[in-house]
Design a protein around this ligand. Structure first.
Ligand code: NDP
Length: 340
């Protein structure tokens, strides 16, 4: 079957050629019965996530995930069907989500991290998007780190993405006023017309970001849900209100730079008594049951919508992953595997 192999550690922006798609992998479709801890998966959907850029670098200080192994398949979150299992918790025919490899079939030796999918009445790919890590990140980030109050003025960057589109909708459901920024007209239209943001703007078209923020937030920002970092963060700081909160979810504009950009306006943290806090979603999976209980009815009652950008075939997976860093994706980037 096909595999996407990680070639070697990456500097700067990742390129499609940092990965090789091969089709010579062989896999035995039956497991030795005496083992007790193996699960054989037929992979169905793969998730493309910005944190995977960190895994393409040589192991570095402060990282919280292992680097990919040069010469081995890329790994990440996926949805798969169990073809065979010697693990008591999984049986043939089960659908799972969890950590898998970028290949048609995977032999999983540590199935403890797999979650059995209980809800098949929603699109299966939702389990790596709105009901997966992206959904959890939006949920944890907004409810645990933004301390929202009804009427708060909220700004979300990378707002049409996998996480951002949900943060904006959570904030609207909470009774906040929400503005989002994104990198194209199509995305801005989605924010206003599909996700119900009160306002949205294309940050690439603003000569002066500070002036744009003044225009959209004449009374300042209570909550900034930070996805991009860099210049945007710098311009947001002076526009925060007293006692504002900044949830630092990500800083995608910085991931491909050898040297991170400086932030000049940090003194506003002090002057405006702002609380700014970073979080990593993997620390908060104890909230997963509560998250599922909240999300499923919202989806079923159509109180929340989710847009995915799906490419078909493993051969298109490298471009999809790399495209996150140029804003090619419109919504959650998914790879649907085509089995021959
Ligand atoms: P998205 O679906 O939002 O895809 C990434 C988007 O980022 C692109 O579409 C692009 O949109 C935007 N982008 C790319 N480069 C830049 C840049 N230089 N400046 C501004 N925007 C840029 O990804 P996710 O929703 O999965 O992730 C969003 C953020 O959340 C990321 O920073 C990610 O690292 C973070 N994250 C953090 C987690 C945590 O545990 N803390 C967990 C999951 C995600 P546009 O066209 O608008 O520029």
């Amino acid at each position: 079957g096909k595999q996407v192999i990680f070639k070697d550690y990456v500097n700067g922006y990742p390129k499609e050629s940092d990965m090789i798609v091969t089709s010579d992998a062989t896999i035995c479709l039956e497991l030795p019965k005496d083992d007790g801890g193996l699960v054989l998966l037929k992979n169905l959907y793969l998730s493309c996530d910005p944190y995977m850029r960190g895994r393409m670098s040589k192991p570095f200080e402060g990282t919280y995930v292992d680097s990919f192994v040069p010469g081995s398949p890329i790994s990440g979150y996926g949805v798969a069907e169990v073809l065979d299992s010697t693990h008591p918790d999984f049986k043939k025919g089960d659908l799972i989500s969890g950590s898998t490899n970028w290949e048609e079939y995977s032999l999983i030796t540590n199935p403890e991290s797999l979650i059995k999918i209980q809800h098949t009445d929603v699109p299966l790919s939702y389990h790596i998007g709105i009901l997966g890590m992206a959904g959890m990140t939006a949920y944890v980030g907004f409810y645990e780190f933004c301390s929202p109050k009804k009427g708060d003025i909220v700004f979300v960057s990378a707002a049409s993405g996998a996480v951002g589109q949900l943060v904006g909708q959570f904030a609207k459901l909470y009774g906040c006023y929400v503005v989002g920024s994104a990198g194209s007209k199509e995305k801005v239209d989605l924010l206003k017309n599909k996700f119900g943001f009160d306002e949205a703007f294309n940050y690439k078209e603003e000569q002066n970001l500070g002036a744009a923020l003044k225009r959209y937030f004449p009374n300042g920002i209570d909550i900034y849900f930070e996805n991009v970092g860099g210049k945007m963060l710098d311009e947001v700081l002076p526009n925060m209100r007293l006692q504002g909160r900044i949830a630092v979810c990500g800083m995608i504009s910085q991931y491909n730079l050898d040297r991170h950009e400086g932030i000049y306006n940090l003194v506003f943290l002090l002057m405006k008594r702002i609380r700014m806090q970073g979080f990593i979603v993997i620390d908060h999976y104890h909230l997963y049951p509560r998250f599922m209980e909240t999300m499923l009815p919202l989806i079923q009652e159509r109180k929340i919508t989710y847009i995915e950008d799906t490419v078909e075939g493993l051969e298109n997976a490298p471009a999809a992953l790399v495209g996150l860093f140029t804003g090619k994706n419109v919504g959650k980037q998914v790879v649907a595997i085509v089995h021959e």
